[in-house]
Design a protein around this ligand. Structure first.
Ligand SMILES: CC(C)(COP(=O)(O)OP(=O)(O)OC[C@H]1O[C@@H](n2cnc3c(N)ncnc32)[C@H](O)[C@@H]1OP(=O)(O)O)[C@@H](O)C(=O)NCCC(=O)NCCS
Length: 153
């Protein structure tokens, strides 16, 4: 039996079923919960732009979370719309998702991670080694969000 992080896999979204789960988690955990005035667009061109990589987090084969890993310039990666299924939050899945996304960014040669955090998730990022500060060249920051970043060791 596998235990701990070995029960997890973070991988690019592939099948129609995975795309459906990816969009459902973003709709429910992020847009409905945190951005009620904002419509969610499944066909946003950013989802398929070169250098942007939608991922799902699997736990024991079940999709429990999502993140899009966007390459920014030669040394940075942005983690976009990090979300854990609403009924499964605060069970450690988000911590693992960040760790695996950081590993993926490192393998892509991007040792600096940038996140535009919703204020309600700031404590989560701070608990996982992210810090506010000057994270340059990462595009405009919507007024309601807080930019955090991390240099991978
Ligand atoms: C934010 C989110 C991704 C965190 O994932 P999660 O699986 O719920 O978090 P974890 O259980 O891995 O939490 C790890 C640690 O982060 C901190 N943390 C997580 N959520 C927190 C919260 N709401 N308030 C304070 N600390 C929090 C805690 O230290 C926690 O450890 P603990 O539970 O042992 O105290 C998830 O709750 C989520 O999808 N929320 C809604 C969408 C969202 O806010 N996305 C981020 C937008 S930028």
């Amino acid at each position: 039996m596998t235990a701990g992080p070995k029960r997890y896999a973070l991988r690019p979204v592939r099948s129609p079923q995975e795309w459906a789960a990816y969009h459902a988690i973003r709709r429910q955990a992020i847009f409905a919960a945190l951005l009620p005035g904002q419509a969610y667009d499944e066909t946003d061109p950013d989802e398929v732009a070169p250098g942007n990589f939608p991922h799902v987090l699997l736990h024991d084969g079940e999709i429990v979370g999502v993140v899009r890993i966007d390459l920014i310039g030669p040394s940075r990666a942005g983690l976009r719309l990090v979300g854990i299924r609403s009924d499964l939050q605060r069970q450690g899945h988000g911590r693992v998702l960040l760790k695996l996304a950081e590993e993926a960014a490192r393998l892509l040669g991007r040792p600096e991670i940038i996140i535009n955090a919703h204020p309600t998730s700031l404590a989560f990022y701070l608990a996982n080694g992210y810090r506010q500060g000057e994270w340059r060249n990462a595009g405009p920051l919507p007024a309601s969000l807080i930019r955090v970043g991390k240099r991978l060791p």
